[in-house]
Every structure is written in structure tokens, then in C-alpha cells.
Ligand binder design. Structure first.
Ligand code: UTP
Length: 289
């Protein structure tokens, strides 16, 4: 069965980016001139997803608007002959079907996914976190879908991280199968470095079977009073196979200030019109130091 629906939970408060995120959703902060959420939706589209389900919260309506038509603006651009930008805007509006559901209180990522239950229905689906930008030749979600299509069981994206950083992630204990593929035996949310079962961290791309919903309902609030997706996944591991795939590509944590700066530099260097200027500028900055 082909997976067509992807859930994007965007109801988080984005406290690490205050005051920027006081009124502007963090998912709309741009890397160069493209909002982070657009890169992630693009990855989903390029992976074959045809419907995006946003789990939104207060003050997040602008995210849906970003993927909609803006007739007044389009008219002005047309009159001014700014055809290139006009076409860009039209492409974004035509990109994909968007629906949304509210998470009335930010009770955690697991709870946000649970809010999408009725819109997903009884079928496997993808989850993408807009905090994780992944630069890859084959879109990261596509890599996971390839595993799912073969195995028919849930798959999460894995990344090897330094031991001192494991406490920022959900970390797996797994059995290596073929190259990059693991059968997950257990997972722990934000372990201390000495307790971490491995250095393989779960990052923000998942293919989940619908059984996850019933399991998430049973999860009681954990760290910080939130319902963690990792706790739901740990239960799923006990019932069915869950795979981890060490994706090929570079991931930027744009929910973190340093990650955001790294992504800005890396994505600017990928743009032909900016590349040389940015390189030259970086050289001067380093020399001045
Ligand atoms: P984060 O842990 O990064 O939380 O959530 P946050 O609130 O967005 O950011 P900070 O830590 O306060 O700066 C990871 C993802 O899960 C979503 C977020 O929008 C983000 O994409 N999320 C988190 C929800 O949709 N609902 C929640 O209750 C929590």
C-alpha cells in the first residue's frame, strides 16, 4: 500500500526562538528566503505524499495560508510584471492538498500526532517535523518509504550523534540488519550519556502504522508533562516490528539557534546567485577574527 498522507505537527510553542516566535510561527522563519516548513513540505511532495495534515495551535494559521492562493498579491505582481516570483507563489499554492486539525494545548509531540487520528484514518502515514531540515539527494522521507514498502512495518529515521549529545534525542537499542537498517528493540527519550543504549538518535521523520494511535492514547504524560511520541513508539516495538534507517544526507536542527545559523549558511552556499558572495564574505569574516 502506498502512503499518501503526512502529518506535520506545528503546534509547539517555539520557546527557544523567542522573541522571534512571539507572533510568527517558528515554522515560517526563513532559511534564506524560504520558510523552513516549505522545505519540509517539498520533501514530502518529492517523496510521493499527496496530502499534508497540519496539527496547528493558536497563532499558527499563517502556516496554512502560506500554502494557499493570495489573489490580491498575485494581481499586483502580474501588473508589475514580476512574473518569476508570481510563478513561485503559484507553485507553492498548487504544491499539495492541505488540511488541518487543532491541538488545543501543546501537550507534546505524541499528543499532537494523536490529534491527527481522524484525518489519517486506519492506514499507515508519515510524520515530518519542520524542525529538521534534511539535505539529501534522495529525499529522506523517500528513503524511509522505500524501507516501509519492503517491510510493511513502521520505520524511523536514525542519525549517529556524539555520545555527549544523546540527551537531546530519543535513542534506540537495535540489532543491525543490512547496511543502515536496524530492527529496533527499545528506545529511550533523552538518556544521560552513560545510560544511552547506543549513539543512534531518532530524528524528525517517521513512517507509522495506525496501531500507534491506540498506543499513544495509553501513554501517560512523561518528561515536562508532555505525551512523548517516543513512549508510544516504545510500546509499538513490543507489539510489532519497528525499523530504524540511518538515512543518507545532512540534517540541520533548525529548532536550535546554532542549527539555524548552520542551515542558513549551508543553504545560501547552495544557491548559485549567492554562493560566491557568501564564500567571500565568510573568508573576510574569518580573516578579520
Ligand atoms: P519541540 O520539542 O521542538 O517544541 O517540538 P517546540 O515547542 O516547537 O519548541 P521549543 O523547544 O519550545 O523551542 C518538536 C515538534 O513537535 C511539535 C513542534 O511544533 C515541533 O515541530 N509539537 C511539539 C507540537 O505540535 N505539539 C506539542 O505539544 C509539542
Amino acid at each position: 500500500m502506498k502512503i499518501k498522507k503526512a502529518v506535520l505537527p506545528v503546534a509547539g510553542l517555539g520557546t527557544r526562538f523567542l522573541p522571534a516566535t512571539k507572533v510568527v510561527p517558528k515554522e515560517l522563519l526563513p532559511i534564506v528566503d524560504i520558510p523552513t516548513v516549505q522545505y519540509v513540505v517539498q520533501e514530502a511532495v518529492e517523496s510521493g505524499i499527496t496530502e499534508i495534515i497540519f496539527v496547528t495551535g493558536r497563532g499558527k494559521d499563517a502556516i496554512e495560508d502560506h500554502f494557499d492562493w493570495v489573489p490580491e498579491l498575485e494581481q499586483v505582481l502580474e501588473e508589475r510584471g514580476q512574473i518569476e516570483v508570481l510563478e513561485t507563489l503559484r507553485r507553492i499554492a498548487e504544491m499539495i492538498e492541505v488540511v488541518s486539525v487543532r491541538q488545543k494545548r501543546p501537550l507534546g509531540l505524541g499528543h499532537a500526532v494523536l490529534c491527527a487520528r481522524d484525518l489519517v484514518g486506519d492506514e499507515p502515514f508519515a510524520v515530518l517535523l519542520a524542525d529538521d531540515l534534511i539535505d539529501a539527494q534522495i529525499p529522506c522521507l523517500r528513503q524511509l518509504l522505500d524501507v516501509f514498502e519492503e517491510k510493511k512495518d513502521s520505520v524511523v529515521a536514525l542519525m549517529r550523534v556524539p555520545r555527549e549529545e544523546v540527551q537531546r534525542y530519543g535513542v534506540i537499542r537495535g540489532q543491525g540488519l543490512v547496511s543502515r537498517l536496524y530492527a529496533i528493540q527499545d528506545m529511550v527519550e533523552k538518556p544521560a550519556p552513560e545510560d544511552a543504549p547506543s549513539q543512534l538518535a531518532i530524528i524528525g521523520r517517521y513512517i507509522l502504522r495506525p496501531e500507534i494511535f491506540t498506543l499513544l492514547e495509553k501513554v501517560s504524560p512523561g518528561r515536562g508533562g508532555e505525551i512523548q511520541l517516543t513512549d508510544g513508539l516504545s510500546r509499538l516495538v513490543r507489539e510489532r516490528k519497528v525499523y530504524g534507517y540511518e538515512f543518507v544526507g545532512t540534517r540541520y536542527d533548525v529548532g536550535d539557534k546554532f542549527g539555524f545559523v548552520q542551515a542558513t549558511v549551508a543553504y545560501a552556499l547552495k544557491r548559485p546567485e549567492l554562493r560566491e558572495k557568501v564564500k567571500e564574505y565568510l573568508r573576510t569574516v574569518i580573516l578579520e577574527k
